[in-house]
Design a protein. Structure first.
Length: 148
């Protein structure tokens, strides 16, 4: 997947070589990635960490990326430009983040507005629990014991 600079660039304040490289590199990253993943992917291109963080913030502000903030693991990002709304399943054992399509989730902001007058800017639904692998390995039980 290549993010088209022609569609996104009008929203960017400056079209630089570094930003073009960053947009190209987004296509090669997994669905959910950290800023450090992107910094690492761009290290040979000599794109600075500051440029990566500033551009990620800008792309989040413009609705191209979504920042998913997790507990101790910090934030991960995903491309949402042109994607249907979805939930995130977050495993408390291993930290895996998985997309989950929820039918009619995209209707929720309109329904909320009709019923309450509240206008949602974006929708983020995170379901926290334990993945099948962690439950099978007993990680879920160990984690619950530590918290008690």
């Amino acid at each position: 997947m290549r993010l088209s600079l022609n569609k996104i660039a009008p929203r960017l304040s400056r079209r630089t070589r570094e930003r073009e490289l960053l947009l190209d590199r987004l296509a090669s990253l997994p669905g959910h990635f950290s800023a450090d993943d992107l910094v690492l992917a761009l290290r040979r291109d000599r794109v600075s960490r500051a440029t990566v963080y500033r551009t990620l913030d800008l792309l989040v502000d413009q609705g191209v990326l979504q920042r998913v903030t997790l507990d101790e693991q910090g934030a991960r990002y995903e491309v949402i430009h042109g994607r249907a709304p979805h939930a995130h399943l977050f495993c408390l054992g291993c930290g895996r983040l998985t997309d989950y399509t929820v039918p009619l989730l995209g209707e929720l902001p309109r329904q909320v507005r009709r019923q309450t007058g509240f206008v949602a800017e974006h929708l983020l639904l995170r379901v926290c629990g334990y993945c099948q692998r962690c439950r099978a390995s007993g990680a879920a039980a160990r984690f619950k014991t530590k918290k008690s």
